[in-house]
Design a protein around this ligand. Sequence first.
Ligand code: AMP
Ligand code: MG
Length: 342
Amino acid sequence: MNQTEILGASDIARAAALLRAGELVAIPTETVYGLGANALDAHAVKKIFEVKGRPADNPLIIHVLGTADLDRWCREIPASARLLAARFWPGPVTMILKKSPAIPAQTSAGLDTIAVRCPQTPLTRMLLAAVDFPIAAPSANLSGRPSTTTLRHVLDDLSGKIPAVLDGGDCSVGLESTIIDLTVQPPMLLRPGGITLEQLRSVLGTVTVDPTVLHPPTSSQAPKAPGMKYRHYAPHAPLTLVKGTPSASAAYISAHCRPDCGVLCFEEYLSCFPSAQTICMGSMQDETAQAHLLFDALRQFDETDVQQIFAQCPAEQGLGLALVNRLNKAAGFHIVNLEVKP
Ligand code: AMP
Ligand code: MG
C-alpha cells in the first residue's frame, strides 16, 4: 500500500469514492477514530478485520446519519430505541438491535443483532450524507492497543496500511461509545461510555449492567459484547490500578514506585512522584478531561522505557464508570483496593 492520504472537508467526495470502491477510510467521531468501510460490502468489511488483526468473532458498529436509518437496517425496533435516539443522537450511544438481512454476516460477526450508532462529528456526517450505505467502523487502532483519539494515533497504528484518513482533529469525548442491548428486557449496559448509566436510566427506567463491566469475566460469565473479552487498552508495561481516595492512592503509589516506574495521576498530584515518570490525566474533579486524555496517556507510556505503571483511579459515577472500566482492562484487573468497606 502507498502512503495514507490525509483528507479534509474539501475531500469528502474522494473519501466517499474510496468507500464505494470497497476501500477503508479512517473517520473521526466524537468518541474515538473509526476504521470505516461500506457496512453492506462483505469484502470491504473483511479488510477491516485483516488490517486491525481483529478476531473474526468481534462484530462491528455501523454508523448512520439519523433515526430514519433504524428502520432501514434493523427489525423489531422497540420503543426504547426511538426514545434513546430522540434524546441522545447524534451522540456517543450505540444500540444493539435485531439486524436487517441487508447487513452481511461479516459485519455482525454472524450474530442476528447489529450495533448501530449515529456520530456527531461534522466531517463524518458529511461523509455519511455522501454515501447511501451505513459505515461499519470499529476503533481505528491495531487490535489490543488503546483506541485512537487523534490523527497522530491513527497514523502511528495504520499509516501505509489504509488508503486514507479523514482528519477531524482530536476526538472530543475520547472514550468509545456507550453500548446498550435493547433486544433484552430490561435493557442491559454492555459497555459504559460518553452517555452515562444515569442518563440511560433517566430515559429508560431500569437498566441492568453486564457484570463484566467492572469484574473480570469468568468461565460461566462471558461479556455480552464479544469484544469486551479481549485484552484491550493495554500499554506495554504492566499497569497496576490503585483504587481509593486520590490522597490514599497517591500515598500508596509514592511508597511503592521505583525510578523505572510510570505514574498516571491526577493533575493535583503531579508533584508527588518526583523520581517517577508522571503523565497527567486531568484534574481529579474533571472526568471529561480524564476521558479526553486517557488513551493518549496510555500510548505515551509506550514511548518511554518505564517497566511498570501505577494509575490513580477515578470514582465510578457518571463518566467515571467508563474510565474505571477501561482502566480495569488496561490493568488486566491488576488492582490494589484501598477503599474502606462500609
Ligand atoms: P469497537 O468499535 O472497536 O469499540 O468495537 C465494537 C464493540 O461493540 C465490540 O466490543 C463489540 O463486541 C461490540 N458489539 C458490536 N456488535 C455487537 C452486537 N451485535 N452485540 C453485542 N456487542 C456488539
Ligand atoms: Mg476497539
